[in-house]
Design a protein around this ligand. Structure first.
Ligand code: FE2
Length: 251
């Protein structure tokens, strides 16, 4: 199976570069499945129904989310009918922590989980939450998006689920890591896909705003950076054992 994974789509610049390059990526890689993280798609915070529909119309099969999942309240009104996985370790939240796709009669389980380190320590353990999920939902192939800050937590989850989940990757840091590989028991692993959005902001936000915040301890609210854009992702062909990172830039 060929799977294309797209890193965090950040605001209009992320949507625009994806619209420009996705058909080219489809021609080049011929993916059976395309999965993207879209928790920053609506101006850096959450997702709207309009953006959800436009992303699905590009040929994306499932979206995963993260810590900003509820930043746009509209999602609560349509998540139950959408191919959107919100973090599984929220207790009693709308929607589900997974999307179950069908490819040639195979059940593909796409999961999303939040890390706790430097994030929200009150969440259910991502180890337990994902363990429960893979034991509960019948599936043939499994893919996990770990939306987390700490690389150590992602690597630990990768090894903990090595051999139990087919593909594991991280999102949220917005910087692509250089560690994609097969773990000892056969799981494809990568710590962070990187971001699909502005190239010269600070992880998506206009740089002057974030520099001000570091210098002064406060600043004006975040604004999505403009200028050059980047698209980051990962492609895997499980039959030919191909693992290839993707990084594209545009004006
Ligand atoms: Fe995030």
């Amino acid at each position: 199976m060929k799977i294309l994974m797209i890193g965090d789509i950040y605001g209009e610049p992320g949507i625009n570069i994806l619209e420009s390059y996705l058909s080219q990526l489809k021609t080049q890689y011929k993916p059976h499945l395309i999965i993207a993280n879209a928790e920053n798609a609506a101006n850096g915070r959450g997702i709207t129904k309009k953006i959800y529909k436009s992303l699905m119309s590009l040929g994306i099969h499932a979206l995963t989310m993260g810590n900003h999942v509820w930043a746009n309240k509209e999602l609560k009104t349509f998540i139950d009918e959408a191919n959107i996985a919100r973090p599984v370790n929220f207790a009693d939240a709308p929607g589900k922590g997974y999307v179950l796709l069908n490819f040639n009669g195979q059940k593909i389980l796409v999961m999303n989980v939040l890390g706790r380190t430097f994030m929200n320590a009150n969440l259910e353990s991502p180890f337990n939450a994902v363990d429960n999920l893979i034991n509960k939902i019948d599936h043939d192939v499994s893919i996990l998006d770990i939306h987390a800050e700490a690389t150590s937590e992602k690597v630990a989850l990768g090894h903990y689920f090595d051999g139990k989940i087919d593909i594991i990757y991280g999102t949220h840091t917005h910087v692509q890591t250089n560690d994609h590989r097969k773990l000892p028991k056969g799981t494809y692993y990568m710590s962070d896909l990187g971001m699909t959005g502005p190239l010269n902001g600070v992880i998506g936000v206009r740089k002057d705003i974030v520099i001000d915040r570091f210098l002064n301890g406060f600043s004006s609210p975040n604004i999505v950076a403009d200028g050059k854009k980047q698209l980051n992702g990962w492609f895997i062909d499980t039959e030919l054992h191909i693992s290839k990172t993707i990084h594209l830039e545009s004006e």
